[in-house]
Structures are given as structure tokens and as C-alpha cells.
Design a protein around this ligand. Structure first.
Ligand SMILES: Cc1ncc(COP(=O)(O)O)c(C=O)c1O
Length: 389
């Protein structure tokens, strides 16, 4: 008997790394020392302040009740205080902020709030899977634009003429996963103006806003003129605070879009555990004192990895932000084949560029999720995979 499956499922791409965990498990069971630089999930600890806040919260019965979409007012207020201190952006904690079960959840659900069949969302390719996933599951059209080095990994707005009539949403993500590119302020401003001119929502995924180096401070889209009329921005505590598994983030921006997203969520979830929201507020409160140390760890890793990769022959460049390196696959080999050989022959997990969209072909991604020494070992092993002369 064949049970039903929606046709939308067939339109979803394969999930990257789907068979990597099995391969990795088999290799580890066979005694191979696997270095996993695949997922953006660091081996580092969350801030002690967040841990203590969660510990206290589980002792408080009030924290065990349904959060609903309002959630913990203290979390919303901590978000508003952070947006003001970090970006100089003042937001209403109740009408312009929405707690999320990780930013991925909000990003995917946003498509249900904004798009109908026949509508298109302009998405970066390669790009984080939830963009395409949400749009396809909502029954709308993902319009993929390749991010290429010759355009500094930006979406060229001039190339979108044939989608203007049905474009309802433009998704940007700078600092970018996976290319590690950042966007100049004048480009972000042009995106705001472009969306305003075409009646589209501008969605900025800012998951890596705080992981930036060498004095670079990624701006919020809400700092641009007119952004409040068209933009919504997604933030995450996952990478900034090493809290990937806690599942907490927020959306901030245009109040109508926030209200629509909240309405969708009312029908599909009941909010983030209040204890995790208390921990999130505690993390945001130690932002200025705690985050720089964490960023320093990523910078040391970036420098060690870039140096070691260059030494063995890769064209590795040091990005100004994110926890990733985006490296050309040597010798014109397909990125998937290269990544498979890296795992099977040398026990190193990297992400093939094509797994985040056809536009990522020709590159592979390394996540800075292990310490400098392990990254150096990984670089030497990858050098053997690449067979540089
Ligand atoms: C670009 C980007 N956006 C969003 C997320 C989701 O983060 P979370 O759902 O953990 O907040 C990730 C996670 O890898 C990401 O890389």
C-alpha cells in the first residue's frame, strides 16, 4: 500500500549532508579519526550567564507554562536593547520583535505569511536550505540567483527584470553562508530601494551579524533609509553564543510583516520554552563582555586554517566575517566528488558547494568548528585529497 505524499515534497531538493552522518559513523566505528568541518555547529560552550539563567528557570514552575507568541517580555526587551546598542536601531519590543524557535523556523514560516501560488521569492544560490524549503512548501516559486565571485557574491539587482512582476520577496544573507562574503552598505541600501520600488518584502538573514573580524561590524538592514517600510531581519543566538541546540532567535522589522509571521506561528507552534528565552535574555545582556572573546576564538581558527590551506596549495582567503571558508575546488573536480573523497580517503567532512544549490558548484565550505591544531591537520589531509603537484 502506498500512503499519500504531497507533490510539494517532490519539489524539495535533497538535504545536503543527508548520507554524510551515516558514512561518518561507519568510518568512526572502523577507527578513523574523522575531523568534521561540515555543519556550522561549533564545539564551544555557551555563555555561563545563559547556562545559569536556564538552570534557575527550570526550578520556576511559571517558566513551564505555554510561552505563546508573546513569550517572555524580558527577552523581547533584551532584543530591543541589543538592536539599539549594537546597530543604533530603536524598535518596539512588542510590535516589531518576534521570538523564534531558532531563526530557521521563522525564515521557513515567513513564506507562508507572504506568498501565494504564482508568487516568486528571489533567493541566493547557494543559500541556506530554509529559504528554498519554506518557499517550496508554501507552494510558491523559488527564483534562484547564482552568487558568483565576479559579482562579489552579491545578487545583481539588474538581472531580475524577468521576475519583477511576480517577485514578492527578496532574501539576502550578509555576512553570507556559505560564501563568507559581506555586503557594502550602498548595496544594502539599493536592495531596500529596489524592494520598495517593486512592492516586495526584503528579508535579511543576519545569523552571522556578530561573527566578524578585523574591526568589521556588519550593519543591520534596519539601518538603511526606508528599511522599516519593507524589511524584516532574522537574528539567531546559535552562532554568536554557541547555542545552536537551544533553538532561539528572533525576527525584527516591519510591524505588518511581523504580525503576519506571528499569525502563521499561532497556528503551528506555541513558542520557545520560556526558560530558553530567559537564557537568551541573559546571553544578550552579556553581549558586550562575552562575545568578543568568542569571536577571537573564531579569528584564531580562521587564521590557522587559511594559513595551513594556503601552505598546501589551496586558494583560501580570509573572510571578514562568518565561521566559514569558501574555497575553490582544485582541478575542476565536482564539489560533491571532492567532498566524498575527503571523507572516505582522509576522514575530513567538508560541505560540497553544490549541496547548497547549483550556484555553489566549484567550491567547498569549511566550518571553523574545531581548534587551530585540528584545522591544520585537516588542511594537510585536504592537501592530499587535492593532489597538488
Ligand atoms: C544563514 C543561516 N541562517 C539561519 C541559520 C539558522 O540558525 P538557527 O535556526 O539555529 O537560528 C543558519 C544556520 O546554520 C544559517 O547558516
Amino acid at each position: 500500500m502506498t500512503l499519500p505524499a504531497s507533490r510539494r515534497l517532490d519539489r524539495l531538493p535533497g538535504y545536503p549532508l543527508a548520507d554524510m552522518p551515516r558514512l561518518r559513523r561507519e568510518l568512526r566505528a572502523a577507527g578513523v579519526d574523522v575531523i568534521d568541518l561540515g555543519a556550522g555547529d561549533a564545539d564551544l560552550a555557551p555563555p555561563p550567564a545563559a547556562v545559569s539563567a536556564l538552570q534557575a528557570a527550570v526550578e520556576d514552575p511559571a517558566m513551564s507554562r505555554y510561552p505563546f507568541q508573546l513569550g517572555l517580555p524580558a527577552f523581547r526587551e533584551a532584543v530591543a536593547a541589543f538592536m539599539s546598542a549594537r546597530f543604533g536601531v530603536s524598535v518596539d519590543p512588542f510590535d516589531e520583535v518576534l521570538p523564534l524557535i531558532g531563526s530557521k523556523e521563522g525564515i521557513a514560516h515567513l513564506a507562508f505569511a507572504l506568498l501565494d501560488r504564482g508568487d516568486a521569492a528571489v533567493l541566493p544560490d547557494p543559500g541556506y536550505q530554509a529559504y528554498r524549503g519554506g518557499v517550496v512548501l508554501a507552494g510558491a516559486e523559488p527564483y534562484l540567483v547564482p552568487l558568483r565571485p565576479e559579482h562579489d557574491f552579491l545578487i545583481p539587482l539588474e538581472g531580475l527584470a524577468d521576475v519583477h512582476d511576480r517577485m514578492r520577496m527578496l532574501v539576502l544573507n550578509y555576512p553570507n553562508n556559505p560564501t563568507a562574503a559581506d555586503a557594502p552598505v550602498d548595496y544594502l541600501q539599493r536592495c531596500v530601494d529596489f524592494c520598495a520600488a517593486h512592492g516586495a518584502a526584503l528579508v535579511h538573514d543576519h545569523a552571522y551579524s556578530e561573527i566578524a573580524f578585523d574591526g568589521y561590524r556588519p550593519p543591520s538592514i534596519l539601518e538603511m533609509d526606508g528599511a522599516r517600510d519593507v524589511a524584516i531581519e532574522f537574528h539567531s543566538l546559535s552562532k554568536t553564543y554557541n547555542m545552536t541546540g537551544w533553538r532561539i532567535g528572533w525576527a525584527v522589522g516591519n510591524r505588518d510583516v511581523i504580525a503576519r509571521l506571528s499569525r502563521v506561528k499561532t497556528f503551528v507552534d506555541t513558542g520557545v520554552f520560556l526558560g530558553v528565552q530567559a537564557a537568551g535574555a541573559a546571553a544578550l545582556e552579556v553581549w558586550e563582555s562575552w562575545v568578543p572573546g568568542n569571536v577571537r576564538v573564531f579569528r584564531e581558527r580562521r587564521d590557522a586554517a587559511v594559513e595551513a590551506l594556503r601552505e598546501v596549495g589551496f586558494d583560501a582567503r580570509a573572510p571578514r566575517a562568518t565561521m566559514y571558508l569558501w574555497i575553490p575546488v582544485p582541478g575542476g573536480e565536482a564539489s560533491e566528488a571532492f567532498a566524498r573523497r575527503a571523507l572516505v580517503d582522509e576522514g575530513v567532512v567538508v560541505l560540497p558547494g553544490s549541496s547548497l544549490g547549483a550556484g555553489g558548484e566549484g567550491f567547498f565550505r569549511i566550518a571553523l568548528t574545531e581548534g587551530p591544531e585540528r584545522l591544520r591537520v585537516a588542511a594537510r589531509r585536504l592537501g592530499r585529497v587535492a593532489r597538488f603537484e
